[in-house]
Design a protein. Structure first.
Length: 323
């Protein structure tokens, strides 16, 4: 069994965390993932704290297993969401799109496990010093808001630099990817895109089909000009947006074009003005499945892949000829 420090830390069966996808990751998806032995997350996204509270309570009616809340730190409601998470006794918080520094003491003093996303080693080290229980090293293969480094380059450097467990994210959607992440030094994985096609994921059917039909080159990064790059599935809208960026559109114009576009994709399947966030691994996903099947298959395939590979951990000392 793939037991690691992460499974012990979180009290879960498989070292698999579901990504905290804004507008997507609700109580139903989080509970399904947690019921299957992973860690489900409710994404707070930009929702008001009372809506997040209702989702936390709904998840409790669906599962008795541990689940967490992802706090998107650019949210205007981040302060209240942190208070809500504490009041509701949620055990795990993951964060994205910023540093959770100012919330760390409040969360840690209540025994809440904090797993921030970091897309660089420098940030990972800072987060560890602040008391992060584990760090999610997310490569730019991921969907949504991303950093610069790839998962392949980031994870081993993060694992060497940190003492706390590293969770690999970005580009992982099956057991081979999970095994690869473990070979790079990760003790867990976080997967978002593969759960977009879970039966329990309530996104618009058009969104699901876009993921299922995507090929390896069908995602694109917009927003580089504004310093907030976002990966999503190529659409006429992403083409238009990139053209606006090339033409030197102002931040205000770009923000106005993107405002509400993720919601339009998730809720309405709006192909004209929606942003269908997904990672590069979308091309690997060919069918819908229950969250429990996705997790069980991934874990079993990772174990098979790892046990049939050379035992690199045993060789690590002997092979220490790396620079
Ligand atoms: O957060 C994500 N993915 C997201 S958030 C999101 S909502 C959004 N939509 C449009 C623009 C911006 C956000 C959609 N997808 N992943 C985790 C992640 N966090 N990736 C990168 C980071 C990150 C970036 C900067 C973490 C920390 C950071 O700066 C920390 C600091 O203050 O130094």
């Amino acid at each position: 069994m793939l037991r690691t420090r992460l499974t012990d830390l979180l009290g879960i069966d498989y070292p698999i965390i579901q990504g905290g996808m804004a507008w997507v990751a609700d109580a139903a998806l989080a509970a399904a993932v947690s019921e299957a032995g992973g860690l489900g997350l409710i994404a707070a996204g930009a929702a008001p704290s009372e809506a997040v509270r209702q989702e936390i309570r709904r998840a409790r009616t669906l599962t008795g297993k541990p689940f967490g809340v992802n706090v998107m730190l650019l949210s205007p409601y981040a302060d209240e969401i942190i208070s809500t998470v504490i009041e509701e006794g949620v055990g795990v918080v993951t964060t994205g799109a910023g540093s959770p520094g100012k919330y760390m003491e409040a969360l840690k003093s209540k025994g809440i496990k904090v797993l921030p996303v970091a897309s660089s080693v420098a940030l990972g080290l800072r987060l560890e010093r602040m008391g992060a229980d584990a760090v999610i090293a997310e490569g730019c293969e991921a969907g949504g808001h991303i950093g610069e480094s790839t998962t392949m380059a980031l994870v081993p450097q993060m694992a060497d630099a940190l003492g706390v467990p590293v969770v690999a994210a970005g580009g992982i959607a099956d057991g081979r990817g999970m095994a690869a992440a473990f070979c790079l030094g990760a003790e867990g994985v976080q997967c978002g895109t593969c759960f977009l096609v879970a039966d329990e994921c309530g996104i618009h059917p058009v969104y699901k089909q876009k993921v299922l039909k995507a090929g390896d080159c069908d995602t694109v990064v917009t927003g580089r000009s504004s310093g907030r790059p976002v990966r999503s599935i190529k659409t006429p809208f992403t083409r238009q947006y990139l053209d606006m960026e090339k033409a030197g559109a102002s931040q205000d114009e770009l923000e106005a074009a993107a405002a509400g576009s993720l919601r339009k994709a998730v809720k309405d399947g709006d192909v004209e003005s929606g942003t269908f966030m997904a990672g590069q691994i979308a091309g690997l996903l060919k069918k819908e499945a229950k969250a429990g099947e996705i997790i069980a298959c991934m874990a079993a395939e990772a174990e098979r892949t790892l046990s049939s590979a050379l035992n690199r951990w045993a060789d690590k000392e002997a092979c220490d000829v790396r620079p």
